[in-house]
Design a protein around this ligand. Structure first.
Ligand code: ADP
Length: 634
C-alpha cells in the first residue's frame, strides 16, 4: 500500500479528497438536516464517484498489465470522470434553482436535458472510439480525440455556465455571509472544471475542488444548526430593529406628550398665580395655593417623564456654562427647607465654605440631582434628620466635589439596593403607600451623574437611614470661595424694587389663548401697553404697523413659528421693529435650547412655565433705560 502510494504521488490529492468525501457521507448520514437534501446527496455521491474514478484513472489502473480488461476498466473510469463532472454542473444549477426557488424557462430545460443525453451518448462512443480521450497502454498516456475540447469540456462548461447564471440570479436573495460561501462554492467547482484540462490528465483536481465546494454547501446551507442560527440571527436583527423603532416612537411620543401637557398646565399655574395675587378671599387663596402645590408636583412628574425619554433617546445633554455653586445650594436650602419644616424634620446643611464658588458645568442638572436626593430623603423620613453635606478637593483647575445626602428614614433593604437606579422601581410599597412617586427620580439622577462622568453610591441600614453620596468633578473658573461670594452678595445687596414701564409697548405672541391671558395678567402691574398676537401670522401683521419696545415670542406655533417671525423682521433693515428686542418664551426644555435660540438671534430666553419674576427680569435686561422705572420697596 505504502509502496503504491510512493509510486503514484499524482494521486495524493484525489486520494485525500476521496477520504474527505467518505467522511462527509458518514457525517451527513448521522445528521438530521434541511435544505435540498436529495440534490445535495446526489452532488455528494457524484463528487465521491468522480474522485474515486480520478484515483483509478490517473494512478492505480496504470499499474495493471495491458490486458483488454484493464484497457476497458481504465477508460471506463476516465469516461466516468467526464460524466460526473458534467452531472455536477447540471445538478449544481438545479440545487441553486430549488434552494432559491427559481424556475427554468422551458426551452433551457429542454436544451439542458437534450445536451446531457447527447453527452452520455458521446461518452459511450468514447470508450470504443476515443473521440474525447483514451488511455493507451503502449505510450502510457491519454490521447485526446477531436471532440475533447468542443464536447468533452464544452458541454460540462455549458452546465457550469447555467449554474453560474442561476447563481447570479439568486445572489440578491442570499444574505450576508451566505453570499461569500456561495461565491466560494461556485468559484471552486467552476475553477475545478476549467483548470483540469490544463493539467493534461497528469494530476486530477476536479474531484478535490468539487469535494471542497460540497463541504462548503454542507456547512452553509445544509447544516440545520447553521441554517437555524442564520434564521435566528435574521429574526433577532429584525426584532432589534422593531424594538428600536418602537422605542424611538415611544420617546418621541413622550416628548410630544410632555410638551402638550406642559403647555395647558403652565397656563393653569399662571392663572393660579394671578388668583393667589389678586383674590381677596382667604379661602379662595388657600385653595389656589393647594392647586399650586398639586400643579407643581404634576409638572415635576412630567419633567421626569421627559427626562427619561431624553435619556432613552440619547438626547440628554449636559451644559458646560459658568455658574455659582452657592446659587444651587441656596435653591436646595429654600425648597427642601420648606418641605422638611412641614414634616418637622431637622434639615441640616453642612457645606465647606472654603470651596471655590465659580464653576463651569450644568447648574440646572446639579440642582436637579441634589433636590431629587434631598426630596427623597424628606419623603422617606418620618422622624429625625435630613442632612446635606458638601466637601471638595481642588486639584489643578478641577474641583472634585463630594455631595452626601443622608437621612434617618426607612432605609433600603440590601436586595433592593441593586435595583435602586432602574426606571419605575419602587420599594417597600406597603410602607410607602402614601408617599407619592414614580420610581423615575433615582434612575434620572444616575444617568445625569454618569453623563457628567461622576459616580453615586448608597449606604443604607434598613429601618435606620440612608446616605447617597455623589462624586463629580467641575472645572473651577475663579478662586472666589463660597464664603467670599456670600459676603460679597450680602454686602452689596440692593433693597428690593419693583419695575414699571408705563410708557412702553409690549407684544406677547402665543398660539395658546390661555398663555396670552396669563402673560397679560402677570404683566398688568407693569403699566405697559400690552398687545396680544394669537400666532405668528397675526404677530407679523401687528409688527408691521406698531413699534414695540419688547416682544415676548412663543417658539412653537403652527404655520409661522417664533423663529420665522424673528427672521422675517430681522431680514428687513427698514422694518418698523428691526431694532426691537425679542425674547423667546419656550417649553423646549432641552439643555442646549438657550444656546440654540440665542444663536438664531433672539435677545433673551425664557423657559415655560411663565412666571412674573422671569418676565420682569427679562424686561429689566432688554428694555431701554429711559422706559424703565424702578420703584424701590422700603
Ligand atoms: P420615587 O419617585 O418612587 O421616589 P426614586 O427613583 O426617586 O422614585 O426612588 C426609587 C425608590 O427608591 C423609591 O420608591 C424608594 O422605595 C427608594 N428610595 C429612594 N430614596 C430613598 C431614601 N432616601 N430612603 C429610603 N428609600 C428610598
Amino acid at each position: 500500500m505504502i509502496e503504491f502510494l510512493y509510486r503514484h504521488p499524482e494521486g495524493y490529492i484525489e486520494a485525500s479528497s476521496l477520504l474527505f468525501d467518505v467522511l462527509l457521507i458518514i457525517f451527513t448520514a448521522l445528521q438530521t438536516r434541511n435544505g435540498q437534501v436529495k440534490i445535495f446527496r446526489r452532488l455528494l455521491y457524484l463528487s465521491t464517484v468522480l474522485t474515486l474514478c480520478e484515483v483509478i484513472s490517473t494512478s492505480w489502473m496504470k499499474d495493471l498489465p495491458a490486458t483488454k480488461f484493464s484497457f476497458y476498466a481504465i477508460n471506463l473510469a476516465n469516461t466516468m470522470v467526464y460524466l460526473c463532472t458534467c452531472l455536477i454542473g447540471y445538478w449544481l444549477a438545479n440545487y441553486f434553482a430549488e434552494t432559491f426557488r427559481v424556475r427554468w424557462p422551458f426551452f433551457i430545460e429542454y436544451l439542458r436535458n437534450t445536451l446531457l443525453f447527447f453527452y452520455m451518448l458521446v461518452l459511450l462512443l468514447n470508450i470504443q472510439t476515443g473521440c474525447i480521450s483514451l488511455y493507451r497502454y503502449d505510450t502510457g498516456e491519454y490521447v485526446h480525440g477531436r471532440m475533447f475540447f468542443p464536447v468533452g469540456n464544452g458541454i460540462p462548461l455549458f452546465f457550469f455556465a447555467c449554474a453560474l447564471i442561476v447563481f447570479f440570479k439568486t445572489f440578491p436573495q442570499m444574505k450576508g455571509k451566505m453570499r461569500l460561501s456561495m461565491c466560494c462554492v461556485m468559484g471552486l467547482t467552476v475553477a475545478g472544471a476549467i483548470v483540469q484540462p490544463l493539467f493534461n490528465d497528469k494530476v486530477s483536481i476536479t474531484g478535490l475542488f468539487a469535494s471542497l465546494a460540497i463541504a462548503l454547501l454542507y456547512f452553509s446551507i445544509e447544516t440545520r444548526d447553521y441554517n437555524e442560527l442564520h434564521v435566528a440571527t435574521e429574526k433577532l436583527k429584525k426584532a432589534r430593529e422593531n424594538a428600536l423603532t418602537a422605542n424611538e416612537a415611544k420617546s418621541t411620543f413622550l416628548e410630544n406628550m410632555s410638551h402638550e401637557v406642559r403647555t395647558p398646565l403652565n397656563a393653569i399655574l399662571g392663572l393660579n398665580e394671578l388668583v393667589i395675587k389678586e383674590s381677596r378671599d382667604e379661602k379662595t387663596r388657600e385653595y389656589a395655593k393647594d392647586m399650586l402645590t398639586a400643579g407643581q408636583t404634576l409638572l415635576s412628574v412630567i419633567s421626569d417623564v421627559l427626562d427619561v425619554s431624553l435619556v432613552e433617546s440619547g438626547k440628554l445633554e449636559i451644559e458646560d456654562r459658568k455658574y455659582h455653586f452657592s446659587n444651587a445650594l441656596r435653591a436646595c436650602k429654600v425648597i427642601i427647607g420648606a418641605r422638611a419644616e412641614k414634616k418637622n424634620l431637622d434639615f441640616r446643611v453642612n457645606v465647606d465654605e472654603t470651596l471655590p464658588d465659580v464653576l463651569s458645568g450644568d447648574e440646572g442638572r446639579i440642582r436637579q440631582v441634589m433636590i431629587n436626593l434631598l426630596n427623597n430623603a424628606v419623603k422617606y423620613t418620618e422622624h429625625g434628620r435630613v442632612e446635606l453635606e458638601v466637601q471638595g478637593d481642588t486639584q489643578g483647575d478641577m474641583l472634585h466635589l463630594t455631595i452626601a445626602v443622608s437621612d434617618t428614614g426607612i432605609g433600603i433593604k440590601e436586595e433592593d439596593r441593586q435595583k435602586l437606579f432602574q426606571s419605575y422601581e419602587r420599594f417597600d410599597r406597603a410602607k410607602n403607600r402614601k408617599v407619592e412617586g414614580t420610581g423615575l427620580g433615582l434612575s434620572i439622577v444616575h444617568q445625569i451623574i454618569e453623563k457628567m462622568g461622576g459616580t453615586i453610591d448608597v449606604k443604607s441600614a434598613y429601618g435606620v437611614g440612608s446616605t447617597f453620596t455623589v462624586r463629580i468633578a467641575q472645572r473651577v473658573l475663579d478662586s472666589v470661595t463660597i464664603e467670599e461670594y456670600r459676603q460679597q452678595k450680602t454686602g452689596y445687596q440692593k433693597p428690593p424694587y419693583i419695575i414699571r414701564i408705563p410708557s412702553a409697548k409690549l407684544l406677547i405672541v402665543d398660539d395658546n389663548e390661555m398663555n396670552l391671558k396669563v402673560a397679560k395678567g402677570l404683566l398688568r402691574n407693569s403699566g405697559a401697553e400690552i398687545f396680544l398676537a394669537n400666532g405668528g401670522e397675526e404677530a407679523l401683521r401687528i409688527l408691521e404697523t406698531e413699534k414695540f419696545d419688547l416682544v415676548f415670542m412663543d417658539s412653537f406655533m403652527p404655520v409661522v413659528d417664533g423663529t420665522e417671525v424673528l427672521h422675517i423682521v430681522r431680514e428687513d433693515r427698514n422694518h418698523l421693529n428691526y431694532h426691537t428686542p425679542m425674547a423667546v418664551v419656550t417649553a423646549d426644555a432641552l439643555s442646549d435650547s438657550r444656546e440654540k435660540y440665542m444663536k438664531v438671534g433672539f435677545d433673551g430666553y425664557i423657559s415655560k412655565p411663565m412666571r412674573a419674576e422671569k418676565l420682569y427680569k427679562m424686561i429689566e435686561k432688554l428694555m431701554s433705560e429711559d422706559k424703565l422705572i424702578k420703584e424701590e420697596l422700603l
